[in-house]
Ligand binder design. Structure first.
Ligand code: CA
Length: 231
């Protein structure tokens, strides 16, 4: 099956350039010229990935990303944001609302194709899998068990849900608010700092002395399951 891509961009010439390149690379492509059309297109047929321009008329790309992440049916669609802004704070804002990657304009179509392929490779199918793995960490959902290098790990229910959520999208950075929504639910009020407490417990449980820390803290943004570079 050809991967199905939704390109959300109001610049018609750029859309046509991207459509040409992605179709040549074996993608099925649909486009939307504004945020509302994008949400309609997603509701009609769920894309495998959305390429989303930041600057759109009416509803901004950031708001579209936020809306996609809010609903359980669209939460797992990978998003790559396009933007003319090269600012680090904008990149972090994009990642905060749940974009999987970020490509600054101007870019070459082949660069975007490569990034799309990388994100698709990384993103797991949304169907429930019994085994979630990351490095030497294994979560067996049917047995409700977690192992690191074969060593059993005991987690509280919240840490279990938190780890499961992170394991489903390794490498992606989540803000405390996103983790609260996903793990605790939107209906209860919990202090964002509570997330830090549970992340600390989770870290303590999964990392033995000598193990690499699998949870990355992204300053002012949040947390990700990642091979640690600068913990
Ligand atoms: Ca635009």
């Amino acid at each position: 099956m050809k991967p199905y891509l939704l390109i959300v961009e109001d610049e018609a010439a750029l859309v046509e350039l991207l459509r040409y390149n992605f179709e040549k690379e074996g993608f099925r492509v649909t486009s939307a010229a504004d945020g509302e059309a994008a949400l309609v297109a997603v509701a009609e047929a769920k894309p495998d990935l959305v390429v989303l321009d930041w600057m759109l008329p009416h509803v901004s790309g950031l708001e579209v990303a936020r809306q996609l992440r809010r609903k359980s049916e669209t939460r797992d669609i990978p998003i790559i944001m396009l933007t003319a802004r090269g600012e680090e704070t904008d990149r972090i804002r994009g990642l905060e609302v749940g974009a999987d990657d970020y490509v600054a304009k101007p870019f070459s179509p082949s660069e975007l194709v490569a990034r799309v392929r990388a994100v698709l490779r990384r993103s797991k199918p949304s169907t429930a899998q019994d085994l979630l793995t990351f490095g030497d960490l294994v979560m067996d959902l049917s047995a409700h068990r977690v192992l690191r290098s074969g060593r059993p790990i005991h987690l509280g229910p919240t840490e279990f849900r938190l780890l499961r959520f992170l394991l489903e999208r390794p490498g992606r950075v989540y803000s405390r608010e996103q983790l609260l929504d996903a793990v605790w639910g939107r209906d209860i009020y919990v202090e964002p700092r509570t997330v830090d407490v549970h992340i600390r417990r989770l870290r303590k449980a999964i990392n033995s002395p000598g193990d690499s820390d699998l949870i990355r803290t992204v300053r002012s943004a949040g947390y990700a399951l990642d091979e640690n570079v600068d913990a």
